[in-house]
Design a protein. Structure first.
Lengths: 433, 433
């Protein structure tokens, strides 16, 4: 046997688990402040449930890990958190609407491995089921503002509306069958050149005139309100008007400080039916991928459940990996020379033949909520300091018999190397700062 | 398609996710206070890695969910967190010893379903690798004391030692090949009658005299120290003496207030080599299963890695399910009549044509860390109060134009039904209590 992890999965060593749970906790806390409650669905689902019509679709099913249990039942690993939400809603007909839930959990995709793409990764979703009002969509955007403010990241939240895009395509007489393809091309405008997108659209059979008119519409500039006004005259049909109205309503409920109405935002997924939004770092040269995104999907749950009931829904998903990447970039910029911490321990206690007393010191530190560890190897002082140093523990307490007699200990700042002789109370006071 | 979850797995609705994360957070916090750092290994592992010799063994392999990826690689779902720890230690030879890690994560077993047994469940383990000193074992016991104190549960921690049991069996001339069987029988003494165990032991070919002498030894009574002293004369061989010394050393590092040296505790797993411990509710009539347990396993990691290096190790595992069951029993005893909360939301805001102002009130509540939600359905007051009541939200804020003009809102206590007219600041002050 060779010691290996499976392809596309990762170990997170202690040093990788310092920032990660902080971000997850921040998301959890913010979701709850915004009235979302936690829902946990299992990692293992029945294959028929996750592969039903209106669930993930062919592309994602190809990437679903499948297996059988000992009773030969067909099972699989969940590939997202949305289909299990739909299943949960269907199985709990007495659920009060609106149902606002968040879910943070691992999902699995047996797909190709690229930089930053894994086969086992975490999704963090917040969704509102059962509310049609644009207040619900606005709440998602407001919550995104709050999350990134708390993270200390300067972001731009792009918003658009699929009804508006639909109306625009109607006005250009683009047939329904080609709409999704065209929408996917529009989404590429940020990354590819205008020429490239035009060429692609033409190769998909969209006529020259329509492509030119589409490009002209998409080039509408100005403030959010200016763009809305311009489009009211540029595109004149009911669907587009509905979309514009939804954008106006949604924006009326949010502080627009970092919200930009962006006609080129479409978000690929076919199931979106109204507002869509996506969050980017304002300085996109540093990091151009999206940090969060979502939108309204009024048809998906109802179609999946095949009942008579409709389940309007809107949700937002936060990307843990890109958020961690950006936070690390920002940290590295501020403190390029950094002793990496390999543990969450804040202070390491080194006894010099004073283990019993040091156990009591540890109890006092822990009662004061200080994360502490002590030598359990009966090593000498220098070996212990070396151990603490390698792990990046910021402070050591050295306790010899003489110090203890005078009811003090030595506190060593591992970065500066300075030592102070202090009472345990003084140590606690100092470390709590 | 019928809407079903897979066999042996569960949904946790919001009402099931209120106590659960609190317990997990408490464990996480306490682990970190005791110098354990988080390690996360993937849910998917290579089958050869988890099925290697000295990993889980035949019984557990039968219960391992297996599958292949698109590249026909043999994979499986982890069945515990210990073998992945051994793999991680093997793959990271520069890891500083002692390596103290905790892991909280889902594990999977394709086994029979019984009351309280699931196919997907959470394990919470803390382990110390690389330390032989009884200080390490004592730290696990101390941490267990701390965890249950913080949980408000009155427990007894039973401790024993496998070297001692081994020595006792040696003194009775029970052959090595039968030791594990006999140890498993001893473990049953708590649950079955003495007669039953005697019968079983005899049926396993242990002679009458040995069984009687064993029962006499196991019946040793008294305080921890009295039992230790009695056994020193009752069992006279090197292995037993080593075991007794380990118990003495371990106990010297802990406050024995709720620690009981119990000769009948053996913990089934073959891999334990020294101290074993298990935590029970003191009032065992209320709940008799163990809440946590662990022990020293000095051989397992080294054997699994098949190198020349030894990896002494000791660990403790906390049972989320039994802990939650006991906490719920305790809660139900204290407050039998309980409006079950179905959400973490603390206050629900009901606008009466004052949505814009209410959005600002929500912002203020959230800035004060109060979990709040507001009507997004444009429902009437009574419908909104009914919604909040069904979800068990403890407070509602009702904001009409008149109240807002006088810069106040109505705060309704949903349990007592009382209403007060207060400023938002006064509401915040009241809710923060």
């Amino acid at each position: 046997m060779e010691l290996l992890t499976a392809k596309g999965v990762r170990d997170f060593a202690p040093q990788d688990k310092i920032a990660r749970p902080q971000v997850v906790d921040l998301l959890r806390t913010t979701f709850e402040l915004y009235g979302f409650s936690p829902l946990e669905t299992p990692i293992i689902e029945r294959l028929d449930v996750l592969s039903a019509k209106y669930a993930g679709g062919a592309e994602i099913l190809k990437e679903t890990f499948r297996f059988k249990d000992q009773g030969e039942r067909d099972l699989c690993l969940r590939y997202d958190l949305t289909v299990p939400l739909a299943r949960f809603v269907g199985m709990n007909p007495s659920l009060k609407m609106p149902f606002k839930r968040y879910a943070i959990g691992h999902v699995f995709r047996d797909g190709p491995i690229k930089l930053g793409r894994y086969r086992e990764f975490m999704q963090c979703d917040a969704d509102i089921v059962g509310a049609s009002s644009m207040l619900a969509d606005a709440l998602c955007v407001k919550m995104a503002q709050s999350v990134f403010e708390r993270l200390g990241l300067d972001v731009v939240i792009e918003v658009n509306n699929r009804k508006l895009l639909d109306g625009i395509l109607d006005s250009l007489e683009i047939p329904d069958s080609k709409k999704v393809e065209v929408i996917l091309e529009i989404d590429k405008l940020k990354k590819t050149s205008l020429q490239e997108v035009k060429k692609e659209l033409k190769s998909k059979g969209i006529d020259n005139d329509a492509v030119e008119r589409l490009m002209k519409i998409l080039a509408t500039e100005g403030s959010n309100i200016a763009k809305l006004e311009a489009l009211k005259t540029l595109v004149n049909n009911r669907t587009a008007a509905d979309g514009l109205k939804e954008i106006e309503q949604m924006l009326s409920f949010v502080d627009e400080r970092n919200v930009v109405f962006s006609l080129c935002l479409s978000r690929g997924l076919a199931y979106y039916t109204g507002p869509v939004f996506e969050v980017f770092l304002r300085d996109s040269r540093k990091f151009s991928s999206s940090l969060a995104g979502g939108g309204r999907y009024d048809k998906m749950i109802g179609s999946y459940l095949r009942g008579t009931k409709e389940f309007p829904a809107v949700g937002i998903s936060f990307g843990i990996e890109p958020i961690l990447t950006v936070l690390e970039l920002q940290r590295a910029e501020k403190e390029p020379k950094n002793t990496q911490r390999k543990t969450v321990t804040e202070v390491f206690v080194v006894p010099i033949r004073t283990t019993a007393a040091c156990l009591k010191i540890c109890d006092r530190l822990r009662n004061a909520d200080i994360k502490c560890d002590l030598d359990i190897m009966e090593r000498g002082v220098s070996k212990n300091l070396e151990y603490a140093n390698t792990l990046g523990i910021p402070f050591c307490i050295i306790a010899g018999e003489n110090e203890l007699k005078s009811k003090t200990v030595k506190l060593k700042d591992m970065e500066s190397g300075t030592e102070e002789t202090l009472t345990v109370d003084a140590v606690i006071k100092k470390l709590k700062k």
